[in-house]
Design a protein around this ligand. Structure first.
Ligand SMILES: [Fe+2]
Ligand SMILES: [Fe+2]
Length: 259
């Protein structure tokens, strides 16, 4: 079918579907590489394998839909976004090289243990899942807006698959974060923050203790005592003339009230 027969609507749908298709083809390769590195965690490896199957099926589903609309599935990026990405990539390259230089010493400290390699892979996978979710949300809303129910249904189904994968990865990341701590940080250095907080928390109540002890020296009901304690501060003003006498008198009054 010749391209000039395509409507503007279908051309736009094909463009978006092709962008998603290109991403799926890219991730087929990436997932296959990560599966080879995931031998240490079988449940994670199994999830990657399952998602690779989903990814391949998504690519085929997109290809089928693109053909139905009269287009051709191409993993190459569309000219428009490509031009924009070239400009962006130059800026990103300059920025990332500076960041890489700054982070170099930090990376050396981190080490390159098994848990950390997996953690980095999972971070990358999560990034990609969210990009895919973005692709399918865009396609779903576009298709809905132009009344293409078939494409809308396809995009919704694929979006949900990506969301499930993203949720799995989000739960796995904290587990790997802890594994990195166990793997790379000496035991003695893992709990510095708790030691500091206990010292601070001890010092604060220690100041309030003497104030409590003075109120304890006077007997019986704490409720009646709290009120005189406040008034004793105001008594300190008249205390310029005779502080000791004014303090002793209210104490007698409070006893009288309590009895
Ligand atoms: Fe996908
Ligand atoms: Fe995915």
């Amino acid at each position: 079918m010749a391209e000039h027969q395509l409507t503007t609507r279908d051309t736009k749908l094909i463009q978006y579907l092709n962008e998603a298709y290109g991403k799926e083809k890219e991730l087929e390769t990436a997932l296959a590489a990560h599966i080879k590195m995931a031998n240490e965690r079988k449940s994670y490896k199994k999830r990657l394998q399952d998602h690779l199957k989903e990814t391949k099926a998504q690519a085929k589903g997109l290809e089928r839909r693109i053909k139905q609309l009269g287009g051709k599935a191409e993993a190459v990026t569309v000219p428009g976004p490509n031009v924009a990405s070239e400009v962006a990539s130059k800026a990103t390259a300059a920025a990332s090289s500076a960041v890489a230089a700054a982070k170099g010493p930090m990376h050396a400290l981190r080490g390159t243990g098994t848990a950390e390699k997996l953690l980095k892979n999972v971070k990358t996978e999560l990034w990609n899942e969210y990009e895919e979710i973005g692709n399918y949300v865009a396609i779903e809303s576009l298709a809905q807006a132009v009344g293409d129910k078939e494409t809308e249904k396809l995009a919704r189904e694929f979006r949900r698959q990506e969301e499930r994968m993203a949720a799995f990865l989000s739960k796995l990341l904290p587990v790997l974060g802890k594994a990195v701590a166990t793997e790379a940080i000496p035991v003695a250095e893992r709990r510095p923050s708790t030691g500091r907080t206990t010292k601070r928390s001890r010092s604060k109540p220690a100041r309030s203790k003497p104030a409590r002890s003075t109120s304890r020296s006077k007997p019986a009901s704490s409720r009646t005592r709290s009120k005189p304690a406040k008034s004793s501060r105001s008594r300190s003003k008249p205390a310029k003339s005779s502080s000791s006498r004014s303090r002793s008198k209210p104490a007698k009054r409070s006893r009288a009230r309590s009895s």
